[in-house]
Every structure is written in C-alpha cells, then in structure tokens.
Design a binder for this molecule. Sequence first.
Ligand code: KG4
Ligand code: ZN
Length: 333
Amino acid sequence: MNILGIETSCDETSAAVVRDGREIVSLVVNTQIDLHRVYGGVVPEIASRLHIESIDEVVSRALRQAKMTMQDVDAVAVTAYPGLIGALLVGVNFAKGLAYSWDRPLVPVHHIRGHIASNYLTHPDLEPPFLCLIASGGHTNLAVVEDYTRMRLVGRTRDDAAGECFDKIARVLGMPYPGGVEMDRAAQRGSVGAYHFPRVKVEGSPLDFSFSGLKSAAINLLHNLEQRGETVAVDDFAACFSDALVGELIDRLALALDGTGLKKVALAGGVSANTLLRARAGALCRERGCELFLPELSLCGDNAAMIASQGYYEFLAGARAGLDLNAAATKAL
Ligand code: KG4
Ligand code: ZN
C-alpha cells in the first residue's frame, strides 16, 4: 500500500511516498529555516505563506521522485495536529483537495505519533510495545507505545519543551537559529565542570519534566557573568547545559523503564538527533539490558515520511477523515 504523506505543521514543507508504512519510496523536505533565521525563530504567518507557495511543487516532486501518479497512491495522510494552526491548515487543505480529486481516503495524523513512526522507517523489525521519549521544539513526552495507534502518556513537560530550551539558550549565547544543533556542536567541543545548573523535580509526578527553571538559571548565570565582566567559555557552557538538560531526560527515561518493565526503548523528535542524548540513552540501555532504537539522523526532524508511515497504521486501524477535517493547534497524543 502506497501512502502519500504531507507535513506542514511548522517550518518544513514536506511530502513523501511510503510503502506499507516501512519503506520510503520518495521524500522531499523543503525547509524554511533560512527565511526565519533573520527573526531568530519561526514567524507563524510567514511559515503559512511559504507553505502555500511551495506545497504544490513539493508534492509534485515527491510523486516524480517516486515515479508515481495518482493511480499508484492508495491514501493521503496529512499532519492535522498539533502545530502552528495557519501552517497546518495549508497541508490539511491541500490534502483534502488531492483526496477529493483522486477519490482516495484521507487520513489525519498526529504530528508526535509521526515522530514516533520515524523509528519504523529506520528499524524494519521494531514493533510495539516500547517506551518512547519524544523531545522536539514544542513537546517533551514519555509514552508507552502499546500499539501502533494506542499510546499511553506517562510523562510530559509542565512548561517548556527540551528543544525550545536548547534554542533559547543558544540564542542568548549568540548562536544562529535553530540553536539546538549549534549547542550540540559546541557541547562536543567543550567540557563539563565549570558551570552548574539546578536539577528539577515535579512534586508528586516523578516522570514529568520542567525545563523553565533550568532555562532561567542558565539565562541568569549568563547575565551575572556578563555583569561581572567575565568572559563566557561558550563551548563549556554548552557542554554543561547539555549535560544538565540531557540528564533530566535520561533520569525520567530510567525511571519509566523501571516502572514499566519494558525492554525496548525508542527516541523521537528533533532533539533525538542530539549527540549526548543518543550516547546517554545508549549507555542506559546497555546498563539495563534494553534494546535502543534511534531514528536515522535525517528523519529526526520534521518530515512527511514519518507522517505517511504513521498514516499507514492509522489507516489500518480505520482512521478516515471527511472533507470537513479541521486542523488543531493542540491535541492529546
Ligand atoms: O521535531 P522538530 O524538528 O520540530 C518540532 O516538532 O518541534 O524539533 C525541532 C527541535 C528544535 O528545537 C531544534 O533546535 C532541536 O529540535 N534540535 C536539536 C538538535 N537538532 C534539532 N536539539 C539538540 N541537539 C540537536 N542535535
Ligand atoms: Zn516535529
């Protein structure tokens, strides 16, 4: 079964064809990053306008790359939630037009479920149940993936997302947007020990995350150093901050492993590209005798292949949308 996936939830316009949920036949990702960089972050209205300009070309290229026409596509899957509402509406409306004119089923996909599915594309043998840590620019969740379309949220952030936190500190350190990858590079050059950050616990909810305190502590520390006229060793700062943030993620992952008794772990979302996180998750899983699944680096960020993959499993589970499908900025996993 060939599914055409469409993703426009943030700043990537993407289309892909995926066979039977596991095999990428084609994938086109048109990133808007260069156009948002001058503003230091994604400007929602600009994102919507750029999606509407490029969506037709991106979908056409994905079909050409797959050497397919509408006859070969069995269903259209689209990210309908969560994300920037104006950006989502572009993809949803385009997918509706295709589904209507091609007379194919329309399958709405949850963006975060799509991130989880990036692991199915990377690891053909991965099957639920498994524990998944999802960390992106807008979300940080710990979920038990009980089945392809049944997830149980066991932990979530109470405030900022891990990626948002990386981006914010990178910005204060003077790195270009998106800062996560820049922080990763700097952290690899630096060493830990010089800067200290608080560890955070959410009272009564040991699997929940809270990053706003860590973020404020880092900003205050930078501010104080600046006021005292001390130069910040940027690479060391990035290494210490990454160590603290990744420490929060790994501590919860370890706790969740103990609590669920699961022996398979996956990472997902943009932050799953982080070098330190991948290494620490590897060490944790070796220590606990668990199997670790990491998405291929090129599939960690937003892309339509993961949406087509999850769309396949949603389709098998009976998910269908009518032409009245609406987008939503937020939606439970
Ligand atoms: O999943 P994603 O592409 O978009 C959302 O759904 O939000 O995640 C983007 C986030 C950004 O905050 C970006 O800085 C972060 O993932 N990111 C990283 C790395 N690569 C991307 N954070 C840390 N280390 C990285 N290597
Ligand atoms: Zn994403």
